[in-house]
Write a protein that binds this ligand. Structure first.
Ligand code: ING
Length: 303
């Protein structure tokens, strides 16, 4: 068996004016608690350093850019990197990334993977951006990810770490079956997925009561149909008046939820994840080589 103890570090609300130092201090406290529980890897939510700012329309780019990091690592997250390195713990977290690339400023909803030595070993930039690009005042709150971020242009890579292979996704990505299949075809054994999910979905309020069900449905199906561990970790609670879904969870390759958060605040969940258990699925019911027939799904690979 290849057992890794993985923790999900769920976070409660981050206020609009909460400092990076405050959010990072909370992350360090969660890391310490995860360490006491034996964790070797800690997964933090999407946009873990700031409030979920796409809930507001802002016209002024300078105001928007307050929520972005222009370097990573940076001084604000140094205490987190230092503590994790001292503890020998790998971790992932999401943040708003502003970078200069190809001679122009680019902004992404990004997640990074940091190894046990404190080195950034992978970036992932959110591929499926939900929401809308223009101010829509009819909504109780905005969801302007399509305005504030560009879609990621790199694929779902896998990273060798702690004796396994890890892939990152972010929030809306977890709703798309393609996310998990692409990761699994690339050999991923664990998918880490941070999320910020409002309980209210403005275009379809009749589904609001289904947010919890859909959250787990997607990750349990993704885990089972691809024989992967899935670690889904939310930013939760009522954040600036907007209720965000909790129920962070760790899902086994069988699709079973083996750990789940019970609060809507800062909370650590932990599970012993035997990566060899992926084979229970990938060598049998979802043996891709033996049973999958990609030639019969030509539209799946069509752009
Ligand atoms: N948030 C939400 C998510 O995909 C959403 C958007 C909410 C989509 C509810 C569908 C239903 O979980 C982010 N940040 O992607």
């Amino acid at each position: 068996s290849r057992e890794i103890i993985i923790a999900g570090a769920q976070m409660g609300p981050i206020a609009r004016d909460e400092s990076r130092a405050s959010a990072v201090a909370r992350m360090v406290a969660l890391l310490d608690r995860a360490a006491r529980l034996g964790a070797q890897m800690v997964v933090f939510p999407e946009l873990a350093l700031t409030t979920f700012f796409p809930r507001w329309f802002m016209a002024d780019q300078q105001e928007i850019d307050i929520f972005f990091e222009t370097a990573m690592p940076n001084d604000a997250v140094a205490p987190l990197f230092a503590r994790a390195r001292a503890l020998g713990i790998a971790f992932t977290f999401g943040f708003a990334e502003k970078r200069i690339a190809d001679g122009r400023v680019r902004r992404f909803n990004t997640s990074i993977m940091v190894d046990t030595a404190g080195e950034v070993v992978a970036h992932y930039r959110k591929i499926h951006l939900p929401g809308h690009a223009e101010h829509e005042p009819w909504r109780a709150f905005q969801h302007l990810e399509k305005r504030y971020f560009e879609p990621g242009e790199a694929f779902f890579e896998t990273v060798p770490l702690l004796g396994g292979r890890f892939s990152m996704a972010i929030c809306n990505d977890r709703r798309w079956p393609e996310t998990y299949r692409e990761m699994a075809l690339r050999g991923a054994e664990v998918a880490t997925i941070g999320y910020n999910t409002p309980l209210h979905y403005a275009q379809m309020p009749d589904h609001d009561h289904l947010q919890s069900f859909h959250n787990h449905l997607c990750m349990q199906a993704g885990a089972y149909q691809n024989g992967m561990w899935v670690v889904g970790v939310g930013k939760t609670g009522v954040e600036e008046g907007c209720a965000l879904l909790g129920q962070s969870c760790i899902v086994a390759p069988t699709g079973e939820i083996v750990a789940m958060a019970g609060t809507v605040g800062d909370e650590v969940i932990v599970a012993v994840c035997d990566l060899d258990r992926c084979a229970e699925i990938r060598e049998h019911v979802f043996n891709f080589a033996r049973n999958r027939r990609p030639a019969m799904y030509p539209l799946l690979s069509a752009t």
